[in-house]
Design a protein around this ligand. Structure first.
Ligand SMILES: [Zn+2]
Length: 335
């Protein structure tokens, strides 16, 4: 089974689990746009090779019909993915897309990939020049090894946060370290950055990297009271982290996101012990003892998990629409 196809299992799952819950208007607060050519020859990471070679707004809009049919997505917060490839070209591409003439562009914003080595002045100049309203850091560009244990400062230096503060930029942060938000070192940095730079708006990706929901459940209290922190739901396929965020920070802080193209890979993430594990259909034995497994797209799994959280928290229609559109629209000044 290859990635990037919409199967009968997906169609049935969408109709049964997602459509009864889905609002008519959706803003995607976490999505990647890129082209294969942004990766040096033969270095396209595994799993990307099966994607279309160009993923701009038009391709994005067409593929989003798999998750939310009927043209529901009206805009998004987009950024590149070529963290170790041609970042400059990827940033230029995102800039051209979100500032271009595609129907989605009017209500979309872009963030710029930044490496920790960049100086703050260059970041500000580039953000202005490219018409991008936020920054996207990522641990793989840190010089610490292994990068997945890096403290936030190693891939989001304080000078970059201070720069974001001067222009009121957003920053999407996918934190790492084993226990994510349950890690006191991560907690302390997030609190310090948000308190010191109130004009910077921090978006904690993947429900504060709550792929293991217990980490967000355990750590969310540490962020209580911070006003300039938000969370996106992207690629999280369990409900617990969403519930913890809404209960502690309020539903106004949670924003729906797909993590496109990850949303279109087949599988899901599960908590295992104090860690988590990605199950990809391509690597699974789909004919187990008693049944035949029918994995669906990660984006569909994530939508069902968000539905579960909203149901258990008894959120009303208005609040669900906030999570799918208004929270992000308010944060990003979208009318
Ligand atoms: Zn992402």
């Amino acid at each position: 089974m290859s990635s990037f196809e919409f199967t009968d299992a997906d169609r049935a799952f969408l109709a049964r689990e997602v459509l009864p819950f889905l609002p008519d208007r959706i803003f995607d607060a976490h999505a990647h746009l890129f082209c294969h050519e942004h990766y040096p020859a033969d270095t396209i990471p595994p799993g990307l090779a099966s994607t279309p070679p160009r993923l701009g707004l038009a391709e994005y809009a067409a593929l989003m019909e798999w998750l939310h049919p009927g043209g529901r997505v009206v805009g998004g917060l987009f950024f590149g993915l070529a963290f170790l490839g041609d970042r400059q070209a990827n940033n230029e591409f995102v800039s051209a897309e979100v500032n271009g003439s595609a129907p989605l562009a009017a209500r979309s914003r872009g963030q710029m990939i930044i490496s920790p080595q960049m100086d703050a002045e260059t970041i500000l100049d580039e953000a202005r020049r490219l018409g991008l309203t936020g920054l996207k850091c990522y641990h793989t560009m840190a010089s610490a090894t292994p990068t997945w244990l890096a403290p936030i400062e190693a891939y989001l230096p304080e000078a970059h946060v201070a720069a974001a503060d001067t222009l009121g930029l957003t920053i999407t942060l996918h934190m790492v370290r084993d226990r994510a938000l349950a890690d006191p070192i991560n907690q302390a940095t997030i609190r310090r950055y948000c308190a010191s730079y109130p004009n910077m708006r921090l978006i904690l990706a993947h429900a504060a990297r709550g792929f293991n929901p217990w980490h967000t459940i355990e750590g969310i209290e540490s962020l209580r009271g911070l006003e300039n922190v938000w969370f996106d739901t992207s690629a999280v396929t369990e409900a617990g982290a969403f519930e913890a965020i809404v209960e502690t920070m309020g539903h106004g802080k949670l924003m729906y996101g797909t993590d496109f193209h990850v949303s279109h890979i087949r599988g899901r993430c599960v908590a295992i012990g104090d860690s988590f594990h990605w199950l990809y259909a391509e690597e699974m034995n789909l004919d187990e003892k008693h049944t035949s497994l029918q994995p669906v797209l990660i984006g569909l799994e994530s939508l069902r998990s968000l539905r579960l959280a909203c149901q258990r928290l008894k959120l009303n229609e208005q609040q669900i629409e906030d999570i799918f559109y208004r929270n992000a629209a308010a944060l990003l000044d979208i009318v």
